[in-house]
Ligand binder design. Structure first.
Ligand SMILES: [Zn+2]
Length: 377
């Protein structure tokens, strides 16, 4: 007799925009119940192991249900849930309910590729939540070409003054290559800017495969990461209203990885924790404000407040407490890397047009920034 007990990747479920409320890219607690009920309907009597990432409680719409299950011992959390999910599945022969292909864990868990039938992903339509095989592919088929990275694509940085580029910047993208770490984010979307290939198509900056467009983005901002000592740029990434992201280091991070291979200023990036902080563009009525939570980073986070003329002295940011930032304030990660909003603010409209405005509240005007980025090539 088949046993249908399963371990559920709870963060992955709650974040999934494929579950109702469809398209919402913030974690929703009710999604877990939908998945559990659907699985039980198929496999009566099945029992679950529930594992979530620590950061889920900080981003959930309502964390009471989560805390209740933690209190009763029915759900456990870990800084990175993946390792425990896979250990439970391996040691107890459980099925795994997830949309993550755990590419970065294939070395530690070779059984994944020999037991693909134990991995199930969800889909929801008018008939409710259904399950289908996740489709585990051997990772040896990965075709990332490290040699092709670098110059070619770096040079094709997207320029917001170019209408074609503006449309690419205003589109939400996803990488469909299941072997690519960019395809494993909870948000089910690319969290960094796409690159352009020679043909002018948007491609994944990590695996270089063509991206799938998901339609216009919500209003979005851009974050700039720099080396504190030299001011040299490390990375820029988009921050969409209502789409919280974890910033840290390492390819297993579900979030924005500052430590990509070949990064500028690697010695500064090494001071950043694997999961350093959580960023969120908060909407309060018509106001938007940037919210940051230090996730217990080893080297800490400090903030420099803009006093109207200059940045003030750095002050420690308490761990695990959300702090709101002014648009000109600057964060210090491990005292080595700075993080700030750029002057770019994109307003996207439904349809094909996106306008581009520079935020008047920021000292950096857009044309200056574009010149800066060209100079940095
Ligand atoms: Zn990719």
């Amino acid at each position: 007799m088949l046993v249908w007990d399963a371990v559920i990747d709870v963060s992955n479920v709650c974040w999934s925009p494929l579950l109702p409320p469809h398209g919402r890219r913030a974690p929703v607690w009710r999604r877990l119940e939908l998945v559990m009920n659907a699985w039980r309907e198929l496999h009566g009597g099945a029992r679950f192991e529930l594992v979530a990432d620590d950061s889920l409680a900080r981003t959930l719409d309502d964390a009471r249900g989560l805390r209740r299950l933690i209190g009763t011992g029915e759900l456990v959390t870990r800084p990175l849930a993946d390792a425990l999910i896979l250990e439970l599945a391996r040691d107890r022969g459980l099925h795994v309910i997830t949309r993550d292909h755990y590419v970065d864990h294939r070395g530690d868990h070779p059984w994944i590729e020999t037991a693909p039938e134990r991995f199930h992903r969800w889909r929801a339509d008018g008939a409710g939540v259904r399950f289908e095989p996740l489709g585990i592919t051997p990772s040896s088929r990965q075709t990332v070409s490290a040699a092709r990275e670098g110059k070619d694509l770096r040079r094709s940085r997207l320029d917001p003054r170019n209408p074609l580029h503006r449309r690419i910047l205003g589109t939400r993208w996803t990488c469909r290559n299941v072997l690519c770490p960019e395809a494993a984010h909870w948000q089910d979307q690319l969290l960094v800017w796409p690159r352009l290939n020679r043909a002018g198509d948007a491609v994944c900056p990590t695996c270089e495969e063509p991206l799938l467009g998901l339609g216009p983005r919500d209003p979005l901002y851009e974050m700039v990461v720099e080396d504190r000592a030299s001011g040299g740029e490390i990375l820029r990434f988009p921050l969409e209203v209502g789409c919280p992201v974890v910033v840290g280091r390492g390819s297993r991070l579900k979030g924005v990885n500052l430590g990509v291979e070949g990064t500028a200023h690697p010695e500064a990036v090494r001071q950043v924790s694997r999961r350093h902080l959580l960023l969120r563009m908060d909407v309060d009525g018509t106001n938007r404000r940037l919210a940051v939570t230090d996730l217990g980073a080893r080297n800490g986070t400090r903030v420099e407040r803009w006093d109207g003329t200059a940045l003030g002295p750095p002050k420690a940011v308490a761990a695990d407490r959300e702090l709101f930032l002014g648009f000109k304030d600057r964060l210090l990660l491990g005292d080595a890397v700075t993080l700030r909003l750029s002057g770019r603010h994109y307003v996207t409209h439904s349809g094909m047009t996106e306008s581009y405005v520079s935020s008047s509240t920021n000292s950096q005007s857009a044309p200056t920034l574009v010149r800066d980025s060209e100079a940095a090539e």
